[in-house]
Design a protein around this ligand. Structure first.
Ligand code: ADP
Ligand code: MG
Length: 253
């Protein structure tokens, strides 16, 4: 099982679109894939057309007394991948975890996902736009941290903070992180963007950026409005092709 935490402190950079469509691209390549929605906004759950507040989700897994086993909350989707869904019960989970001193705070997700090690090839963790205890739980499960960056003026700063967080976690915990990699999303291929990309690439060791970037496509926004992943809604659009290339890059790593 290879766990990929999709994380950036900034919102609106393509974390959810990437988690879901990369999951689909890996599934198309024959992999067994789970998406874990860790954001109380539940966007990944909605995008996979799986929102149902009457059923348990990741909140019960992280907060239940006793914790609900993950397999009891995981559901199949009609798109081939499985989801450990979020519900709005996840709002306030951060402070609930902080206040519950009887259980480990940072390794809850790790304990919940370990029994699934033989069930899935890839697990994608769609993180909130925050560096809270939920994101720490995700980073402590991750083998790869994937940092989506929407190419703009503030891209470098947000990215640097994720890299710093990973470094400081490595000093306090035995992490499983093998690599931290940047993915440029919503790429318009204009020259100003090219400058930002070059800045980011030169600030990082070689090979930290995926060589594929995700091109901007109106189909992405349309697919989110339809609650249908891009690879299903518009399988031939440029951004779908790009997510397939990212899946290949990941599988080769
Ligand atoms: N390749 C793309 N082309 C055009 N729009 C995109 C692309 N990727 C993401 N978006 C749009 O950007 C917005 C933010 O994406 P989202 O995945 O929800 O970000 P996050 O999870 O980081 O908050 C959404 O409206 C989405 O439709
Ligand atoms: Mg999101």
């Amino acid at each position: 099982m290879h766990v990929i935490a999709v994380s950036n402190l900034k919102g609106g950079v393509g974390k959810t679109v990437t988690s879901v469509n990369l999951a689909l691209a890996l599934y198309e390549r024959g992999k067994r894939v789970l998406v874990v929605d860790l954001d109380s906004q539940c966007n990944a759950t909605q995008y996979l057309d799986s929102y149902d507040s009457s059923k348990p989700g990741v909140a019960e897994v992280l907060l239940g007394k006793p914790p609900l086993p993950a397999e009891k909350a995981i559901r199949t989707t009609s798109f081939g991948v499985d989801i450990l869904p979020a519900t709005f019960a996840l709002i306030g989970a951060t402070s609930a975890i902080q206040q519950d001193t009887l259980r480990s705070r940072d390794l809850r997700l790790w304990h919940s996902l370990t029994p699934l090690a033989d069930v899935y090839d890839y697990v994608l963790l769609d993180c909130p736009a925050d560096l809270d205890v939920i994101t720490i739980n995700a980073l402590l499960c991750a083998h790869t941290v994937l940092v989506p960056i929407k190419v703009d003026r503030f891209a470098l700063e947000a990215m640097t903070r994720v890299f710093e967080a990973v470094e400081s976690l490595k000093q306090s915990f035995d992490t499983h992180i093998i690599s931290v990699r940047v993915l440029f999303t919503v790429d318009e291929r204009v020259s100003a963007n090219q400058q930002v990309k070059e800045m980011v690439e030169s600030a990082l060791p070689h090979g930290r950026c995926f060589s594929t970037t995700i091109r901007k496509s109106v189909k992405v926004v349309e697919s989110t409005l339809q609650n249908s992943p891009l690879l299903i809604y518009a399988p031939r659009c440029v951004a779908s092709d790009d997510y397939r290339s990212i899946a290949e890059e990941l599988m080769q790593a």
